[in-house]
Design a protein around this ligand. Sequence first.
Ligand code: NAD
Ligand code: MG
Length: 395
Amino acid sequence: MKAISLLGSTGSIGTQTLDIVAQYPDQFQVVGLTAGSNVEMLAQQIREFRPAIAAIGDAQKLPELQAAIRDLDPQPILLAGEAGVIEVARYGDAEVVVTGIVGCAGLLPTIAAIEAGKDIALANKETLIAGGPVVLPLVQKHGIKLLPADSEHSAIFQCLQGVPNGGLRRILLTASGGAFRDWPVEKLSQVTVADALKHPNWSMGRKITVDSATLMNKGLEVIEAHWLFGLNYDQIEIVIHQESIIHSLIELQDTSVLAQLGWPDMRLPLLYALSWPERIYTDWQQLDLVKVGQMTFRVPDHQKYPCMQLAYAAGRAGGCMPAVLNAANEQAVALFLEEKIQFLDIPRLIEGACDRYLVHNHSTPTLDEIIAADQWARQEVVTASQILERSMIAV
Ligand code: NAD
Ligand code: MG
């Protein structure tokens, strides 16, 4: 029996993780749950999974949560706000913490879990992208395992089992191509929020679905792969594979290439992050290559999707630049979802923030510097978007 805590339990990653726990009650037990603001779903999850502790990020909703589970006996410890989420992350005897929070809001809770000696099943890529320079040394110091739950990184991790140190030569990250892969570039200026939220292969939260449409998700995954697998950026490549059957590939020193395949189903990488190094039998749909029929591969189009190269540049610049890129992207995506900016403004605003940050950057930032860079980038994007808005009104 493995004890786990789950941050972001009401989201796409969170609910799929709980599906796994419900399916394997003899293997996994929930110690702690956290959610941002969805009291109703969190209360229902507390009833079903009976954690010892739970937290709601939106502190104003704590009374509502308390009322919703008043009749439960025994009562879990209930906390609120960022401090509450952090407390759940480090609480008790959970062996693994699944990070299903979206965005850099996951950074401090993830650090707290690492400092408490817990292994991390990492879905929340933004934490590693922004915090890599401080997270990696903490992983070493506390001797914990960073188990990738992102499907591409899980594929690479699975392929790497049994590969000796120094055996890895190159990573090939596959990308579905997102919602607009078949749209001509001229049409991208007319994209609506509803269009961007239609992912062809995966059902995910809103932010990552927009990231998939801009292909920033793949750019972020390049930086994530750099931190997880220690390769430099010239050794990490992107290939468009619209069927999403090959979840990524590795090339070894002798040019042999290994891949991991499966239907697009996030439960598989989540289960492996929880069960590693064991393999658990499932009754999930088995891969049928004849049904797949064909698999296609294309080079990514950097004209149409500038976000990938922005991410490579930020990764190569290092220091706080990935934190700036990530925060600028989070802010720009939030503004797009609020219909305050256009789809094509997303890369423009990110590029502007990265260009303006360049002068401040240095290679070994502290946690405080990373957090300051994140805050700075969000403000930069808001200010730049207001200038954009005014110029549009003027036109
Ligand atoms: P989601 O929006 O569906 O869920 C996010 C969860 O985080 C929710 O439970 C929400 O309540 C919580 N949350 C949001 N802001 C918070 C805050 N400030 N404080 C505390 N909790 C907060 O997102 P998702 O699609 O599940 O993605 C979660 C993470 O996993 C992201 O980093 C994403 O990139 C990564 N990821 C997701 C998928 C997927 O299939 N959904 C695949 C790969 C990686
Ligand atoms: Mg992914």
